[in-house]
Ligand binder design. Structure first.
Ligand SMILES: Cc1cc2nc3c(=O)[nH]c(=O)nc-3n(C[C@H](O)[C@H](O)[C@H](O)COP(=O)(O)OP(=O)(O)OC[C@H]3O[C@@H](n4cnc5c(N)ncnc54)[C@H](O)[C@@H]3O)c2cc1C
Length: 560
């Protein structure tokens, strides 16, 4: 059932077995799963059904370095569905090596095994609508060519690993009916949790203090167990701001709350030049038997990563930079002009759009128009086919990757950022409309992060040459500087409520409950110990499902 807090009359107290703050993928999946398991859930969401700038502004940061971090309005969404309203839909799990003890990555030990968490992958895929939990071309019979080009064996470098793409699933939209029709779920939207109330001993949560922005109305939500699922940064902020009993915030007993802030390190420093027959390159999207879009990536075997003490990293071919008219390609220029036009926001999330068009100028517009006029047939063919697949089909093609007759593609890398205590989120003195302190964000990369990217490219290059399949060509003379220049994130918010069985090294324990506060749990990528090569959301949902099973056991057994 949906309840608009702005309009709600009657008593102010609301109660459930479990209260969840935040209706993004984590909160929605958790609520649905708990309700299926027979528990009554109150789901508190700051945003409403539609986007509202004044609500979005509640989440804005006071300080951040724009060279390293995207603005919060680009990387979060205060709306039912959370950032899944604007996300890309790429679904990738962590790898077994991410859960191993790696001596060369400090503070990287997980208290959970890969085997345990991977048992939730199929249920996660079902929520994402991304088909089977299969992430390797060798396991898909219908895929004939197992590696990205013929003759490139899977050894130290692999190219059979796959990412899967969801619809892209907007969790607020896709599960709206289930949430609305469930008699066990009360979704209180347009209501922001401003404080988690703790008893005098500091060991039990007694209520969530919430306020609505329009009317200023205050509500209290009580439950047996409480879950904070506000996204990585806002989850950390709420814990830090709830400081009446725990002066430094709930879960900050060992000064780890807000620390170890990680995202990924990504960008482009090279082109991959295949010397194999161009038509046999798997450069674009493949499809699984159920129609799910799949994409290849170069990765490294775990043995190779261990031997070379390499952070986990992948790369994949992409289209040339659409903003640069020197590609002389009508289709790419059409894409640029569409995204740069006043209609551009209808075609892609603002962050994706801004990254694609860069800062355009009039000269570029002329050059792009010229490219289109010189290449009219490809553009005319492209518009209806791609337009249908991207905007009308139920399962949308994630993007387009232009075929290259020369077998040359820009190579996009997406790599692990290692845990670093000094990279952190703190509370600033600036307050939002509801009086909550805004965050200061200080996302810091290290030499190790950058060095790993540089070496990964050297290894990919060497492997392609050794196998006589191609080479890399660098886009800049100073590769290391170029990696530093591109290092930045904000879309994947990892590490600031990290998990471990040792309370001195973490905020939450292996069951995701805050150490010392048995009825408070965190469902977010902020619990992740390392960032791996994978975008975060698939694992967020896998961990939310694991938490649902755990909460069912402890709540029904009345252990919380
Ligand atoms: C442009 C873009 C593209 C992306 N593409 C991908 C991708 O391809 N693959 C991938 O894996 N990830 C991607 N991501 C990241 C992905 O969207 C997030 O990892 C995911 O949405 C996180 O889910 P969540 O439920 O933890 O948090 P969120 O989605 O952030 O949801 C948190 C919810 O909590 C609410 N909230 C916050 N504070 C409060 C409060 N105090 N009280 C009440 N409610 C509150 C918010 O309004 C929001 O609805 C992308 C993100 C962006 C912005």
């Amino acid at each position: 059932m949906f309840l608009d807090a702005e309009q709600r009359g009657g008593a102010d107290d609301i109660h459930g077995d479990v209260a969840i703050v935040g209706a993004g993928p984590a909160g929605i999946v958790l609520a649905l799963d708990l309700a299926h398991q027979g528990l009554d859930v109150v789901l508190v969401e700051s945003g409403g059904r539609k986007f509202q700038p004044s609500v979005q502004d509640l989440g804005n940061a006071a300080e951040y370095d724009p060279a390293r971090h995207a603005p919060m309005e680009d990387c979060t969404r205060r709306q039912i569905g959370g950032a899944s309203v604007i996300w890309g839909g790429r679904c990738v799990p962590y790898d077994p090596i991410d859960f191993e003890h790696r001596t060369y990555v400090s503070e990287s030990d997980w208290p959970v095994t890969y085997d345990e968490i991977s048992s939730y992958f199929q249920r996660a895929c079902d929520y994402f609508r991304c088909g089977r939990a299969v992430f390797d071309a060798h396991e898909i019979d219908a895929i004939e060519q197992k590696t990205i080009v013929p003759g490139l064996p899977d050894a130290e470098v692999r190219s059979s690993s796959l990412e899967r793409w969801s619809l892209p699933t907007n969790f607020g939209h896709e599960f709206r009916r289930d949430l609305e029709s469930s008699r066990r779920i009360q979704l209180l939207h347009s209501l922001t949790c401003t404080e988690i109330e703790v008893d005098d001993s500091g060991s039990r949560i007694t209520a969530l203090r919430c306020r609505s922005l329009g009317s200023g109305r205050a509500l209290e939500v009580t439950a047996r167990a409480y879950v904070i699922a506000c996204g990585g940064i806002d989850t950390t902020r709420l814990l830090l701001a709830s400081n009446r009993v725990h002066a430094n915030g709930i879960g900050n007993h060992s000064d780890n709350l807000g620390r170890f802030y990680m995202g990924h390190i990504s960008g482009r420093v090279a082109r991959v030049c295949f010397t194999t027959p161009p038509r046999r390159t798997i450069y674009g999207f493949e499809r699984d038997i159920d129609g799910t879009y799949l994409k290849r990536r170069f990765s490294f075997s775990p043995e190779f990563q261990r031997e070379h003490e390499l952070n986990n990293i992948v790369s994949f071919p992409v289209s040339p930079d659409i903003a640069d008219p020197e590609h002389h390609n009508g289709v790419l220029s059409f894409a640029y002009l569409a995204l740069a036009s006043p209609m551009g926001r209808a075609f892609a999330a603002d962050a994706i759009r801004k990254a694609a068009i860069g800062s355009g100028d009039d000269l570029r517009l002329l050059q792009h128009t010229r490219n289109m006029l010189l290449d009219p047939w490809s553009t005319l063919k492209f518009v209806p086919t791609f337009g249908y697949k991207r905007f009308i089909a139920h399962r949308k093609v994630p993007s387009f990757i232009q075929y290259s007759r020369s077998g040359i593609y820009p190579l996009h890398y997406h790599g692990e950022q290692v845990p670093n205590r000094e990279s952190r989120i703190t509370l600033s003195d600036q307050r939002d409309e509801l009086g909550m302190r805004r965050v200061s964000i200080d996302l810091r990369y290290t030499d190790r992060d950058v060095d790993s990217v540089v070496r990964a490219h050297q290894y990919w290059d060497r492997y392609l040459r050794d196998q006589d399949c191609g080479r890399l060509e660098y886009l800049a003379d100073d590769v290391e500087q170029s990696v530093w220049n591109q290092a930045g994130d904000g879309f994947h918010q990892i590490g600031t409520t990290r998990m471990s069985s040792d309370p001195e090294r973490s905020v939450v324990g292996p069951d995701c409950s805050v150490h010392g506060v048995g009825n408070l749990f965190v469902a977010s990528s902020s619990i992740f110990v390392t960032s791996g090569q994978a975008n975060s959301t698939f694992m967020i949902v896998a961990f939310a499902l694991r938490m649902a099973d755990h909460l069912r056991e402890v709540t029904l057994a009345k252990e919380v």
